[in-house]
Design a protein around this ligand. Structure first.
Ligand SMILES: Cc1cc2nc3c(=O)[nH]c(=O)nc-3n(C[C@H](O)[C@H](O)[C@H](O)COP(=O)(O)O)c2cc1C
Length: 362
């Protein structure tokens, strides 16, 4: 059996293979009173990738508060009334053979935007946007300045992550992922570029990591001990790698330390993305990001899923087989081809999943 198609057990959960769907916003949630809830379009989109053979479907960034959406069209789990539609979604993913997982997120200073295909510009409050919040009153380039969260706002944010985790659990998701990547709220606390606080949540690495660890503790207190928690991080913000930029950014060494702390706070697997705290050029090499995940896996001895430009079955298998990653998240290739995993299985000589239903395709 190729390594890519071997099951992976995390706590009491066994994921049937190591080809997973990366979280990808579809900016297609209901609007008005049902804002944040998934539609039938989400159901088809996610269940078809599950039927296409992914072992785990990570549902896109789902906001823990309405002001934690990237756009007004994002999914959200900030109210109990939203849970039933997510239950339907989780059930559809399970029925099609994949583990239903969900990414919980708060957009922070990168929220209140138009949809990408409408230009993605900041939305004024009069156009359905909202004031944003961050660790410090420092704007992402080109976006409005956020309000610096005070301690009571931070406590409210932590509680919102916990409440959203409770709803995700009630909805039937088997894995919860906390999004601390891409310059959104949690990464903006981690990064010295966006966090200039002078209290115990700013300054040193241990202080900048404190808020993320508080969120993880709150989510872990809700999420049952036998079920896994994932953490998506930006392994680097590409500032340290830019010789023309002398500022202190977020480095791979910082990620290794965070990985160790996260494990102590109950995280079972890291999801190693990168960038997002500021616009930065990203290297063109195929392994631009997977190599960083491999380094963190080796130096921190944590389970990690690699992501980014993984488009070939043989390379995905090699990443797992050679111990560079425990699993791979596939993003855009799965948008192009919902059956990417089943095609990869066929290429690697493994029967696709649902072989009875799909036998005619062999
Ligand atoms: C349309 C789109 C939406 C995305 N939305 C999210 C998201 O909700 N949460 C997240 O952590 N990453 C998000 N990402 C990043 C992907 O999960 C993935 O890390 C990235 O696309 C690199 O993987 P790929 O080269 O396989 O596409 C998104 C990417 C795309 C293209």
């Amino acid at each position: 059996m190729p390594a890519l198609f071997r099951p992976l057990t995390l706590r009491d959960l066994t994921v049937p293979n190591r080809v997973w769907m990366s979280p990808m916003c579809t900016y297609s949630a209901e609007s008005g009173e049902r804002a944040g809830t998934p539609t039938d379009c989400h159901l088809v989109h996610y269940a078809s990738r599950a039927a296409g053979g992914v072992g785990l479907v990570m549902v896109e960034a789902t906001a823990v508060r309405s002001d934690g959406r990237i756009s007004p069209w994002d999914l959200g789990l900030w109210a109990d009334a939203q849970t039933p539609d997510f239950k339907r979604l989780a059930k559809a993913i399970s029925a099609a053979g994949a583990v239903p997982a969900i990414q919980l997120a708060h957009s922070g200073r990168k929220g209140s935007l138009e949809r990408p295909w409408r230009g993605g510009a900041p939305l004024a409050v009069s156009d359905g946007g909202w004031p944003t919040v961050g660790p410090s009153a420092i704007a992402f380039p080109g976006y409005p300045r956020p309000t610096a969260a005070d301690r009571s706002e931070m406590a409210n944010l932590v509680a919102s992550f916990a409440s959203a985790a409770r709803r995700a659990l009630e909805a039937g998701f088997e894995v919860v992922e906390v999004n601390a990547a891409h310059g959104y709220l949690l990464q903006s606390f981690l990064s010295p570029i966006s966090n200039r606080r002078t209290d115990e949540f700013g300054g040193s690495l241990v202080n900048r990591a404190r808020f993320v660890l508080e969120v993880l503790d709150a989510v872990r207190a809700i999420w049952p001990q036998h079920m896994p928690v994932f953490l998506r991080i930006s392994t680097t913000d590409w500032i340290a790698e830019d010789p023309a930029d002398s500022r202190e950014g977020w480095t791979v060494a910082d990620s290794i330390q965070l990985a160790l702390w996260a494990r102590e706070h109950g995280v079972d697997l890291l999801d190693g993305s990168s960038g997002g705290v500021e616009p930065k050029p990203i290297p063109t090499a195929r392994d631009y990001q997977t190599a960083l995940a491999a380094r963190i896996r080796s130096e921190a001895s944590v389970a990690i899923a690699a992501v980014g430009r993984i488009t070939e079955a043989t390379w995905a298998d090699e990443l797992v087989r050679t111990g560079q990653a425990d699993a791979v998240f596939i993003g855009r290739a799965l948008l192009r081809d919902a059956s990417w995993p089943n095609n990869a299985a066929a290429q690697l000589g493994v029967p696709p999943r649902f072989v009875e239903q799909y036998a005619y395709a062999l």
